[in-house]
Design a protein around this ligand. Sequence first.
Ligand SMILES: [Zn+2]
Ligand SMILES: [Zn+2]
Length: 255
Amino acid sequence: MLFETHAHLNAPEFDEDREEVIARARENGVSTIVNIGFNAETIPTCLQLAEKHDFIYAVVGWHPQDAKDMTDEHLEWLEELSRHPKVLGLGEMGLDYYWDTSPKDVQAEVFRKQIRLARKVNLPIIIHNRDAHQDVITILREEKAAEVGGIMHCFSGSWETAKMALDMNFYISFGGPLTFKNAKQPKEVAAKVPLDRLLIETDCPYLTPHPFRGKRNESGYVRYVCEEMANIHGMTYEEMAKQTAENARRLFRLD
Ligand SMILES: [Zn+2]
Ligand SMILES: [Zn+2]
């Protein structure tokens, strides 16, 4: 029933017990997982995982932290992969001003090129945004990202930013931080997002929800995000699981 929209199950953190983690996700009610490959190393392993399991899909793109490494050949590779039957979207792409491992202008250029590619191949895009809210919105607008829409993943911005993204056909996805006791802003923003635009994710192995905060995250823990989201919207767990899964299937055109 649960649709986990953002995982990194190909990460080395899962090398010891990957299949057990995937089995536990199934036991916790996860019906579908979208796994993200975001650079030259992680894209091939991301695709392998999607080819091995029919309920795991892939999204491929270039992370802003790796922006300085993306070549024109890589962009052509992404275009080729966009035709792969298990590839549902492009990303994660965007801007990361926290780690700042690639210069801002390079991040912006790589972000713009990927939006243009997404419009060319007509696939939704997954946006990574850390401390760069205004610039992300500006680029999405200038590059007409509304044509393809997509996901603001692990959203941490204000309602104003969320509203601007919603107006450009984006869905707003929340992860583990939504469950933290002191997460006032994410809870307030999540409460205002229209029900038909809400998504849930883990971003595992990172951003582990309460009550496992501090430990390695895994896809099965998306149930804690769903529980919190159900509380915030005054719905049952089952209703929220169904709603967010329907939203994800609509966005990724899985029906
Ligand atoms: Zn991210
Ligand atoms: Zn991610």
